[in-house]
Ligand binder design. Sequence first.
Ligand code: ATP
Length: 255
Amino acid sequence: MSQLLLDVNGLTMRFGGLVAVNGVNLKVKNRQIVSVIGPNGAGKTTVFNCLSGFYIPTEGSVMLKNEQIAGLKDYQISRKGLVRTFQHVRLFQKMTVIENMLVAQHRHMNTNLLSGLLKTPNYRRLEKDAMEHAAHWLKEVGLMDYANREAGNLAYGQQRRLEIARCMVTQPELLMLDEPAAGLNPNETKELDELIIKLRDEHEISILLIEHDMSLVMGISDHIYVIAQGTPLANGTADEIKNNPDVIKAYLGEE
Ligand SMILES: Nc1ncnc2c1ncn2[C@@H]1O[C@H](COP(=O)(O)OP(=O)(O)OP(=O)(O)O)[C@@H](O)[C@H]1O
């Protein structure tokens, strides 16, 4: 039976007098793809920033596997199994693909400077594991042949896939993707679509997605939440959302 992984209640974020997020509720179960959609400026990225520890929410509770994570630092939250990508690619552009993968794991490795300098057996074992994980995920996202290329020289769609691989190497249970299809061509979007489904079906993780590409959202989401002006507007399956008059009005009202 699917278990509740993330349970967000009454999430509110104020910036001075501006209420960017107002009482948002969200649930993500194990092995689910859940999307958050809404017109520009609806508060989607602010929700992500609150969940991932980038902001401390003004109000509300964020439970990850029954544990309160609101107010924790981003690295504490990622160690608990929730990791994210950002709206704009944030790779180390001058490092190689494999170096990007190794750096990502370093924060999760329980080592200290001395064990690194002395190359203790434990340190060597962790290094070997890190290399194996990196190679495994590069294969999974189709980038093994590019391992020694500079990340900045990859095509944009490949950079997006590398970002996902870099998250996966830290073994998350919940992966949050902020507009992963932005700037991708139709072929790259199709590859992304297949990768996200594979992560859920073969790797048994949950994905929380912000995305403006409606065909991607409608095609892959198990559940969709719509927010408008920071406030929850609707939630349901793709069919329920497509036919919801309030949602249609919120989107048409934008033009
Ligand atoms: N750090 C901040 N300080 C002040 N206001 C902010 C801050 N971050 C976001 N906002 C405001 O909060 C509101 C929601 O912004 P947010 O970026 O979360 O929307 P969004 O739904 O992600 O938009 P888009 O789809 O255009 O990326 C906007 O009015 C924005 O200007």
